[in-house]
Design a protein around this ligand. Structure first.
Ligand SMILES: NC(=O)c1ccc[n+]([C@@H]2O[C@H](COP(=O)([O-])OP(=O)(O)OC[C@H]3O[C@@H](n4cnc5c(N)ncnc54)[C@H](OP(=O)(O)O)[C@@H]3O)[C@@H](O)[C@H]2O)c1
Length: 267
């Protein structure tokens, strides 16, 4: 029997690639968007869901369960970016960011878990980021939201093990998607003490995403993880140097690693 997969944020970028790739591999795939353009696109059935609105999460998951009787796999992918100097990001924007990137996936997980417990199985893949492994300059809030998600995944795993539900982190490096257009940019102000460094970093970030990997690579990684009977706690996918930076972070003395980042960002 084909497995039923729910992918949040499937209208664009990584979520779209994952959903469409899995639909081609014979999974029954439901994708979500805050405003779906159609009931079905490229083999993916669409439902409305906003990760900041609990009622939309409940009705999406109940709809899928009523139709399919189960959800085997959740890909918690919906998320947004945020940039700016830590001192200058308005606190309201930081809270809104965490509401989407951290509390959003938590809402989806906590709504789906009773159904997965009932089935006595399930797999949840949380899409974090290489940025979750290190506090990056002018992306500190994003690093923090993804790092928070990665940490709670570790805790959830041990709590839900007895119900035969598995959870993993998948940390992408830079992939070519629309994330830069959708993210909150702290305004670049010429009278800001951070102006020149923030501008340089912003240009570099946009370049990194534009020249990023093809999202299909991440979709294939998701497919590999799904097929594992005993998945690891966390996975990475991206350009070699970005993935390797996580290993370096653990191996190198802290200040040496920091100097490498400073050099990369020309700070
Ligand atoms: N691209 C990268 O280089 C990269 C690297 C590391 C991690 N990531 C992570 O990968 C995930 C996907 O990002 P992407 O690069 O594919 O970006 P994207 O192209 O901008 O896609 C973001 C998706 O999230 C959905 N979304 C945004 N806010 C939402 C909300 N409040 N509720 C529900 N859905 C929401 C959007 O759907 P609608 O607008 O249709 O609702 C869209 O489908 C994110 O979690 C991101 O942080 C991306």
């Amino acid at each position: 029997m084909p497995k039923v997969v729910l992918v949040t944020g499937a209208s664009s970028g990584l979520g779209q690639a994952i959903a469409e790739y899995l639909a081609k591999q014979d999974y029954i795939v439901y994708g979500t968007s805050r405003h779906p353009k159609s009931d079905e696109i490229n083999g993916v059935k669409f439902k409305a869901l906003d990760v900041t609105k609990s009622d939309t999460i409940t009705s999406c998951i109940e709809d899928v369960i009523n139709k399919e009787k189960r959800i085997d796999i959740l890909i918690n992918n919906a998320g947004v970016g945020i940039t700016g100097a830590m001192e200058e990001i308005p606190l309201d924007e930081a809270k809104a960011h965490f509401d989407t990137n951290f509390f959003g996936p938590l809402r989806v997980i906590n709504t789906i878990l009773p159904f997965m417990r009932n089935q006595n199985n399930g797999l949840i893949i949380n899409i974090t980021s290489i940025a979750a492994h290190m506090g990056l300059p002018f992306r500190g809030m994003y690093s923090a939201s993804k790092s928070a998600l990665a940490k709670v995944t570790e805790a959830y795993r041990m709590e839900i093990k007895e119900f035969h539900i598995k959870m993993v982190n998948l940390a992408p490096g830079d992939f070519a998607t629309n994330i830069a257009q959708g993210r909150f940019h702290s305004p670049l102000k010429e009278d800001s003490p951070y102006y020149s460094n923030y501008k340089k970093s912003l240009d570099l970030m946009d370049e990194d995403v534009d020249q990023g990997e093809n999202p299909i690579k991440l979709a294939k990684k998701v497919h590999q993880i799904i097929q594992k009977s005993n998945p690891k706690v966390s996975y990475k996918s991206g350009a070699f140097l970005q993935s390797f930076s996580v290993t370096l972070k653990h191996l190198l003395p802290q200040k040496l690693f920091e100097n490498i980042l400073l050099k990369h960002y020309k700070l």
